[in-house]
Design a protein around this ligand. Structure first.
Ligand SMILES: Cc1cc2nc3c(=O)[nH]c(=O)nc-3n(C[C@H](O)[C@H](O)[C@H](O)COP(=O)(O)OP(=O)(O)OC[C@H]3O[C@@H](n4cnc5c(N)ncnc54)[C@H](O)[C@@H]3O)c2cc1C
Length: 232
């Protein structure tokens, strides 16, 4: 018998889960609150396990190469440029700390294309407000957006840090701001620094430590320039 799954949230986690489930024969629906499935945001580092997971969804070497720029973690420096942790510039260390510098939108676009071609049902403009977990051997799990209701054998909560699914199923688990903030930006041109470098310092943020990461993520083609503060 075909199993069905509802994935709440069409971000990177939701689409990746939906692709994996569909490839295993599950009939999968992604329910996303945004009117369009699109990713904003900045660059991030795909570590080796993330790249392996991406390949596990059926992407090949060319797909990985199209995502971004391979680099490695070079270490952490303080505000004055003094090294806190310097990772040796030798092949073994480089291999162990290799990451792919990518723009989040490219990863999301690749996953979205694949989800469509695998036949994942994508429902947008639909904010899940009620979650029913179902019962073992009894009622199926369900999500409701105020008017419509979807039932499935499996419910995947991939609706981000302020997850409605988590609040419904685990109300005692409330996200707490850690006091850490970071500002991110995408540079349209080349970044003249080798490797991924982190700079840590006590005075860049009013409420706590702040960091600056320089991650070469450039590829040919336009990327939007966007700077933003995360945290809180
Ligand atoms: C500053 C910063 C730096 C980071 N750097 C890295 C990094 O270098 N490498 C790395 O791997 N990770 C990094 N992360 C973590 C990574 O960005 C997140 O773990 C990842 O993006 C989360 O993806 P997601 O799909 O789970 O959630 P999200 O991207 O938040 O997607 C959730 C989706 O659910 C939808 N949604 C929410 N509520 C509902 C609802 N009620 N109904 C329907 N839809 C809903 C939202 O619209 C959204 O589309 C970083 C995070 C931050 C904040």
């Amino acid at each position: 018998m075909e199993h069905s799954a509802i994935v709440v949230g069409g971000g990177i986690a939701g689409l990746a889960s939906a692709i994996a489930l569909t490839q295993q024969g599950w009939r999968t629906t992604v329910v996303e609150q945004a009117p369009e499935l699109a990713e904003i945001g900045a660059g991030f580092a795909m570590t080796r396990n993330a790249v392996a997971a991406f390949r596990g969804l059926g992407f090949d070497d060319d797909d990985v190469a199209r995502l971004g720029h391979e680099t490695w973690a070079a270490g952490t420096w303080d505000l004055h440029g003094r090294p806190i942790l310097k990772i040796g510039d030798e092949p073994k260390a480089r291999r162990a700390t290799t990451v792919l510098g990518v723009h989040r939108a490219r990863v999301h676009a690749a996953l979205l294309d694949r989800a469509r071609s695998e036949g994942v049902e994508l429902v947008t403009g639909t904010r899940v407000t009620t979650v029913e977990p179902g019962e073992t051997g009894g009622a199926r799990a369900a999500v409701v957006d105020g008017e419509r209701r979807w039932e499935a054998d499996l419910l995947v909560g991939a609706d981000g840090a302020r997850s409605a699914v988590r609040s419904a199923l685990f109300p005692a688990h409330v996200p707490v701001y850690s006091g850490y903030s970071s500002w991110r930006a995408i540079a349209p041109g080349p970044v003249d620094e080798p490797g991924l470098r982190q700079y840590w310092g006590p005075h860049a943020s009013r409420r706590g430590p702040a960091s600056r990461r320089v991650l070469p993520a450039r590829r040919p083609g336009p990327v939007r320039v966007r700077a933003g503060r995360h945290g809180g």
